[in-house]
Design a protein around this ligand. Structure first.
Ligand code: ASP
Length: 608
């Protein structure tokens, strides 16, 4: 027997028990003729006391950090208790010890606040994983995983595995491909998601499916993306949108309860995509704080019509605003006393290339009811007041105004809102606010390619009352700049996203389940009937054999964990993540393969 207990287990009531422990040496401290060693394992740290005789033995064969050590001894009450750790009341009076294995000096300290930089920690990830800070992230992930399985099992979902070597599934990213040795010149694609398989399972009658599954997308990696990531992937048959929303807010609430002991009793708020864009400037609003955007002038599509709210600005005779396509404002609560320097700094912030604005106009709504603005010269006090009122500013608020092209300005003001929310401490990581965003557009228009693209994916159905609009209209557009006038711009999808604290944590849709409508969708996306049959013949075929109405959702497990864990990076919640260039620096992958392998895979010709 290597051990009788773990290093996190022993308490005062174990005093006088003979025990055996095994673990890694965290620290060694020598005090005259006695030595203390902190022994660590997955469960905690226990202090070992080496008496005089053993200390002499240790002097002859010194222990080092991360040595693997086994000790036998007696649990004793400590005179000097450590209240910071659960085992702090006791120590082990060591009678004998054995070094099970030595360790080289680790390249960084195995502690919460380690001295190891990112690259070094990733290269030695197996050591990094020994650190408590990383371990508790993986424990949280496991707890989320378990809660998910519990809940879905209780709800009659079946976990069914689907293959990894498949044909392209369109989630809008590039595929990772795998050459087939047995089929020269042919390739498998790794799934971007199990989308088509889970739909086929519905056709097969497995009416509640789930899988916690790896998905692969060859995207340019932003800081919080991974080329392989994990989804909680779900599908249900005989459901409408409402059934899905209820089932899966149930799941997330169950996870909150099990993992964070949070009773999220409030109903999950819902917001249409249009309102999200209109009031928050993006489709995943952080509703922990208000600071809604005022549309002083806009050409945004809302409720099927282009909403232009320009009068306020246009009458005023201020050139920049008159010419701008869009003028948007936020009222920052209590910030009217910002100094010149603070405002200049914010102006620089919106001018950064990532935000891309040329400048920023402000109006201070002073406590005494007066107004101070960077455009005093052009606007009467009365006008400033009208604008401030439109921005819903109260006394003491600072109104910030951005103007420019519609999309960029909307994006910029939404970033500015988040930044100020952060600076003002309105985005408390301990507070969790869920939101369903619904009624997304079914199509987006790709102006460069002059074609419609599916906003979610091509299997998403339109709202039932808009199926006719989709079927009866020709998707083609003569003049690309007029796409907003095409009836397809107005079609809403039966799709929904779950947003948590300003992050999209899940998304899904009610699917198309009739062959004719699916074919129309492929055609709308510019696929010829041959191409549609070549790529998705299996699905179109399946739809001819009694496909039930169905829909589903997928949650990003990594992201969900990182939000619950209160950190930004999903990498912290993945045991062996890749870096921002998609590399595994520990394995040094990807790497080249030898010529023989290339030949076998038919990637190079044998004849040179
Ligand atoms: N397959 C979709 C995705 O990966 C989710 C879904 O529609 O269920 O985003």
């Amino acid at each position: 027997m290597f051990r009788s207990h773990t290093c996190g287990e022993l308490r005062l009531h174990h005093a006088n028990t003979e025990v055996k422990l095994a673990g890694w040496v965290q620290t060694i401290r020598k005090f005259g003729s006695i030595s203390f060693v902190d022994l660590r394992d997955r469960y905690g740290i226990t202090q070992l006391l080496f008496g005089e005789a053993l200390t002499t033995e240790l002097d002859a064969n010194p222990l080092g950090r991360e040595f693997v050590l086994q000790v036998s001894g007696t649990v004793t009450e400590r005179s000097n208790k450590n209240t910071n750790i659960p085992t702090g009341d006791i120590e082990i009076n060591v009678q004998s010890f054995q070094v099970l294995n030595k360790s080289a000096v680790p390249p960084f300290t195995i502690q919460d606040d380690t001295d190891g930089g990112d690259d070094l920690r990733m290269k030695y990830r197996y050591l990094d994983l020994r650190r408590h800070a990383v371990k508790k992230n993986l424990e949280l992930r496991y707890a989320v995983n378990r809660a998910t399985r519990d809940y879905l099992h209780q709800q009659d979902f079946m976990d069914i595995e689907t293959p990894f070597l498949i044909k392209s599934t369109p989630e809008g990213a590039r595929d990772f491909v795998v050459p087939s040795r047995m089929n020269p010149g042919e390739f498998y694609a790794l799934p971007q998601s199990p989308q088509t398989f889970k739909q086929l399972l519905m056709v097969s009658g497995y009416d509640r499916y789930y899988q916690i599954v790896k998905c692969f997308r060859d995207e340019d990696l932003r800081a919080d993306r991974q080329p392989e990531f994990t989804q909680i992937d779900c599908e249900m048959a005989f459901v409408e949108q409402e059934d899905i929303l209820n089932m899966f807010e149930g799941l997330v609430k169950y996870i909150f309860k099990e993992v964070k002991a949070i009773d999220y009793n409030a109903p999950v708020e819902r917001m249409t995509w249009e309102n999200a864009m209109w009031h928050f400037g993006n489709d995943k609003p952080d509703i922990r704080f208000d600071m809604k955007i005022a549309n002083l002038k806009s050409a945004f599509m809302k409720a099927g019509a282009i909403v232009a709210t320009g009068e306020l600005i246009n009458d005023a005779g201020f050139g920049i605003f008159e010419q701008a396509e869009t003028v948007l404002a936020i009222a920052v609560p209590g910030a009217a006393d910002y100094t010149r320097k603070q405002i200049d700094e914010l102006t620089d912030w919106v001018r950064r290339p990532q935000i891309g604005m040329q400048g920023m106009v402000y109006i201070k709504v002073n406590q005494d009811g007066t107004y101070k603005s960077s455009v005093d010269k052009f606007y009467s006090e009365e006008k400033l007041k009208t604008i401030a009122n439109a921005a819903l500013a109260a006394k003491g608020d600072l109104v910030l105004i951005l103007a420019g092209k519609e999309e960029r300005t909307r994006k910029a003001i939404s970033e500015l809102r988040l930044e100020l929310g952060q600076r003002l401490g309105l985005r408390n990581p301990q507070e969790f606010r869920l939101l369903w965003v619904v009624d997304f557009p079914l199509f987006e228009y790709d102006e460069d390619g002059n074609r419609w693209v599916a906003r979610h994916h091509p299997f998403t159905s339109p709202k039932p009352d808009q199926i006719e609009t989709m079927i009866s209209n020709d998707p083609s557009i003569a003049n690309a700049s007029e796409y907003l006038k095409h009836p397809y711009s107005n079609i809403k999808a039966n799709a929904y996203d779950m947003v948590l604290n300003g992050n999209e944590v899940g998304g899904g849709s009610i699917r198309i389940y009739q062959r004719a409508l699916q074919e129309k969708m492929f055609a709308a996306l510019g696929m010829s009937p041959e191409e549609a049959r070549h790529k998705f013949g299996f699905l179109l075929g399946a739809f001819e054999y009694g496909a039930p109405p169905h829909g589903g959702i997928a949650f990003g497990l990594d992201r969900l964990c990182s939000i619950l864990g209160g950190t930004e990076s999903i990498r912290d919640f993945i045991a062996f993540p890749k870096n921002n260039s998609g590399r595994d620096v520990m394995l040094d992958a990807p790497s080249t393969i030898d010529e023989k392998q290339m030949e076998e895979l038919h990637l190079v010709s044998k004849l040179k």
